[in-house]
Every structure is written in C-alpha cells, then in structure tokens.
Design a protein around this ligand. Structure first.
Ligand SMILES: Cc1ncc(COP(=O)(O)O)c(C=O)c1O
Length: 436
C-alpha cells in the first residue's frame, strides 16, 4: 500500500512528538509475520511485538477470518442484561490459564480500562465485606498503569502525571525495585526483597485496615523491564495477607506468555487477588482487555447484592464486543494448539544471550531481562529521553521497530521469532547503537 504523507495535520497523535513526527513521518503500512513495511517500502523487524501485544506476529489469517465471520454473523449486541456466546467462551479460555482460584473474568477494551475496573472491584469488594474504610491505594514508583484517571493516579512516571494533577486522592507509593547497584542482571536480582517492606511501613503509618489494595506490575514494563528481586513479590503477598489488603497484578504486558508462562503470576509462583490484562489477549488484533479475579472476590460482590439486582454497577458499551471475543478465541486457540508460551520459554535464553551481548557498547548503561522481554537503558545525553527518541527513530530507518520509554528501549520479540530473527534484531541494535 502506498501512503502520501502530505496531509498529516488533522490527526493528533497519542504519546508522540507531533511536530517532529509530521516533519519526518514514519508510517507503517503493512505487517506480516515478524516484519512491518513502512510507507517508503522499507522492511522493519518488529522488536517490540508492536506495543508488546503481538506474540503471534502480524497477519495471521485465522484471526482475521474469525473476526470477519463474526461481523457477518452478529456484529453487535448489548452486553448489559443480554450477551453473546463468544464472551462466555473467551472467559472460559482465559480462566483455564489463570492460576486457581482466579476464575472470573470481566471484559473491557484496553489496559487502562482494566485498571479502572480493578479499582472499582476493589472498592466494591471491601464495601461488600463491611470494610468501606479501606480507601487508600498503594502503587509503586516507576509504575505504568495506563492513562485513564485511575491509572494516572497510580502512576509512578512523572511525565504521565505532572500535567494532570487532579487525580484520585489517597494513593501512596512504595519504592521501585531498580537500585542501580546491580547492573546487567539477567533474570531476578538477588537483592532487594526488603523493598517490599515499604508496604509494611505504610501499614504502620496509615493503619493496614485503611489500605484497600496494592497495584504492581510483576515486571515493571514501560519503565524498562524492572524485574522483581528474588522474594520481593512473595513478601508483598505476605504483607497483604497479614493486613487484609488485596494484591493486584497488572499483567497487561506480562500476560499471555511474555515471561515463558501464561502469566507472571505463574512465572514467579505468587498468586494475586486480581489480575489485569489486555494486549496479547487478542494478539493486538482487536482492542480488548480483561480483569480476572479470585472466586471469593466475585462471590463477595455478587452475594452482597439483593437477589435479581445488578451486583456491580460498571461496564462498557463494548465490554466483550463480539469481534474482539472472536479475535480473542482465535488467538487463545493458537496459543494452546501451538504451545506458544513454551515456545517463548524456549527462545528466552537465546534472546537474553543476544541482548546481554550488547553490554560492551559504550552508550549502554544497563541491560535487564526476563523471558522474552528486555530493557536496554542508554546513558542519558542532554534532556532525559532525548537519546531514546533519537535512537528509536534511527532504529526505524535502520529497519527495526523498538518501543522506547525515556532512554530505555524495551525489546520484546514476537514468540514466533526464529533464532535468525533474534540475530537480526541484535545486529540492528548493535549497528544503530555503535554509531551513537
Ligand atoms: C502494565 C500496563 N498497564 C496498563 C497499560 C495500559 O494499556 P492500554 O494502553 O491498552 O490502555 C499498559 C500499556 O502499555 C501497561 O503496560
């Protein structure tokens, strides 16, 4: 497909330097397997699975056909007080791969909506148990939980919140887990489990019985793959249990195999109370997210309502949209039939070997990684983020897509990548970075 770049002004692009981009556009016009095509006909390898949402790469016909057939059969019906078959099938499939006893699934349209929905579930749960005094939420520095008001309230990334000051009150943060003392750590750092005790300190300061929930990304993704130190998530779980606090894992990036298991929860063997997810739920082919909860959370909220009354006053016009469910079902079938999460696990050490082989480059400050996800943090030059923006652009014209946040590139290959694709990604990273 050809694309004329002479009329770009009307589109206000998200999380983009609009003026810079419109002067030097980078438009993706095609996607197939692990490659994109740009508007000038160039080929790019997809080093971040889009935005971590396309483990199966691009252009899978089974997904496209499932969506097409669904739209012909039934394009839309109200999800309030009626439903469509795909919602139940997809919920069953998701519940099959979440850890027990997390077996109830609520559909939304994005990761950001999954966070707002989880916040409301937490509030509804405590209220149903007669503990409505639990009004305080705990989040973490360097957290990204999407861009809706709930997620921004929990956010730990300064640029995402400094403009938007009127957010939810009563959020306190614990420290992030990257100290900078241990660099180039592959997998979980040995030290730092004690950082979880920040939560215990909040319990001492505010009273554990006033805290409703703790939200964490098991591996902080957007701030550059901050892998939890050994014992850290276990310690958070124990403190939550001690004080009746709900533990929410934001698995929007880590869900559906990124760490070599269905969810981070299984990779680290720590079961939260609530899990948020999106992205790879549909391989990015349709906008969709979900919140999965322990049976007890669902039952407590449901049983507290009068018989035949709506139990949870929340939902979206497009919750469980038929086309999104069709994509989700097709994707989950492929994950299962092709053992895609195992494939990710098998490719991990080859990928991490490649990534850590870049450590000799002068411009690199740190590399971190787990599963098929790695952060390559560059030494800052000028304003924070300046070098990252430049390198993301250089990489694009050198034939590779990588998502940068600030000065850290987040490399997350599609799970269908062959070793030769990993080699190509590392070659492109090296040839771009060694010229800095
Ligand atoms: C951990 C995490 N939570 C939430 C979100 C928000 O998801 P969305 O962009 O689909 O709203 C993201 C997006 O990258 C994410 O990484």
């Amino acid at each position: 497909m050809q694309f004329q770049t002479n009329d770009l002004e009307q589109h206000w692009m998200p999380f983009t330097a609009n003026r810079e981009f419109k002067a030097d556009p980078r438009i993706v016009v095609g996607g197939n397997g692990v490659y994109f095509t740009d508007h000038k006909g160039g080929k790019l390898i997809d080093g971040s699975s889009g935005l971590f949402c396309c483990p199966l790469g691009h252009g899978r016909t089974e997904i496209a056909e499932a969506v097409y057939q669904q739209l012909l059969e039934n394009d839309y019906a109200s999800p309030f007080m009626t439903s469509t078959p795909g919602t139940f099938e997809l919920a069953n499939r998701v519940a099959r791969i979440t850890p027990d006893p997390i077996n109830h699934v609520f559909f939304v349209n994005s990761g950001s909506e999954s966070i707002d929905t989880a916040l409301k579930m937490v509030m509804a749960y405590h209220r149903a148990r007669g503990e409505a005094q639990r009004t305080r939420f705990v989040s973490r520095e360097r957290a990204y939980h999407g861009v809706n008001i709930g997620g921004v309230s929990l956010a730990g990334m300064v640029r995402n919140r400094e403009t938007f000051t009127s957010v939810m009150p009563n959020v306190v943060v614990i420290r992030h887990t990257w100290s900078g003392d241990e660099l180039f750590v592959r997998g979980q750092p040995e030290h730092g489990a004690e950082l979880a005790d920040d939560l215990a300190r909040h319990c001492e300061t505010y009273g554990g019985s006033t805290i409703a929930a703790v939200f964490v990304e098991p591996v902080a993704g957007s701030t550059g793959t901050l892998v939890p130190p050994k014992g850290y998530l276990e310690r958070l779980r124990a403190i939550c249990d001690e004080h009746g606090i709900l533990l929410v894992f934001d698995e929007v990036i880590t869900g559906f195999g990124r760490l070599g298991h269905a969810f981070a929860s299984q990779a680290f063997d720590v079961t939260p109370d609530i899990m948020t997810m999106a992205k790879a739920l549909t391989n990015g082919a349709q906008p969709m997210g979900a919140v999965a909860v322990r049976d007890e959370v669902y039952e407590t909220i449901t049983e507290a309502a009068p018989e035949n009354a709506i139990e949870f006053f929340h939902g979206y016009t497009y919750s469980g949209h038929p086309a999104a469910c069709a994509a989700g079902i097709a994707v989950q079938k492929i994950y299962e039939e092709e053992n895609i999460f195992d494939k990710a696990a098998q490719l991990s050490s080859y990928f991490l070997d490649g990534l850590f082989s870049l450590r000799d480059l002068d411009c690199i400050k740190d590399i971190r990684g787990y599963g098929l996800m790695g952060g390559v943090e560059l030494k800052a030059k000028g304003n924070p983020g300046a070098i990252g923006t430049q390198v993301q652009k250089d990489l694009f014209w050198n034939g590779m897509h990588v998502k940068f946040t600030g000065d850290t590139g987040i490399v997350a290959p599609p799970f269908i990548s062959e070793k030769a694709h990993i080699d190509e990604m590392m070659d492109k990273l090296r040839s771009t970075l060694e010229n800095l």
